[in-house]
Design a protein around this ligand. Sequence first.
Ligand code: NCD
Length: 329
Amino acid sequence: MSDLPKLFDYTGAPERASLRSSLYGQDILSVDQFDRETLNFVFSRAHEMREMVERLGASDLLHGSILTCLFYEPSTRTSASFIAAMERLGGSVIPITQGVQYSSVSKGESLPDTIRTLEQYSDVIVLRHPEIGSAKVAADYASVPVINAGDGAGEHPTQALLDLFTIQEELGAIDGLQIAMVGDLRFGRTVHSLTKLLMQYDVSLRFVSPDILRLPLTLMNQIRDLGVNARESHDVSDVIETADVLYVTRIQKERFTDMAQYDEVKDLYEITPDLMQRAKERMVVMHPLPRVGEIHYAVDTDPRAAYFRQVKNGMYVRMALLAAVLGKA
Ligand code: NCD
């Protein structure tokens, strides 16, 4: 037994205890699984994780648990933050992140077989894969929880959770805000997941993209059906003065089949210090990263540039999620 303080004490808090069981043992495949109550639960745990890390650096909450990080697509932040999250909670990681080409995948092993092998060693599997729906397939085969770390152009639920957590941390609340998303709204899975989460709040949404990269119609229809205040545009100038959050994204080159089309849109948007002069004093610029030119480096010193704080929040949110899924929250 360590002498580190207990992170979670549910005595006298039955509603929190029941929320604990709502994530315990669950796969995390889509943001559709999260209602506002569960979001508040995750965010308050993430807060506690931040406090714990700032005070102590680490805890032994997940000591003895093993996470497998299985990444079929490149990643810096998502894989590193899951690894850091697990290790700061005293758990261990099997990292298959630096090249699935060195694993039996290169010999032709199927996703179900790889999953059924890795679950023999681990308590939870984090998967990134280029195909939409792959996380669901993996979860159907796995008996341990599977966390979707991006399934092609589908969803990226843990990124959306950390994005929403960041908005709340930076601006104090989510209701009442105008959130503008800029860039590749068609292939950007982080945009899809964040938009779905934001539909649960009283927000107005602005979508800025070229025609070929508009938000998928199914999502746009859901927004309209819910009566959410939403508008589309081609130009950042239309939103820069009113946005409370400017959520900028990379044009997803790897999802294009026609490179001439990519070349037409790749340099359309760049957030510059000049543009920032027109923005509200109290607003934030976010980006899931990596950026490839959409935000000028000179914007980084602007206190409204929140993208590196957003990175750190990712670790706290993933700590909260891992603890919850493994029944320690
Ligand atoms: C994003 C992703 O992989 O979807 N990055 C991330 O997870 N932080 C965004 C991107 O690749 O553009």
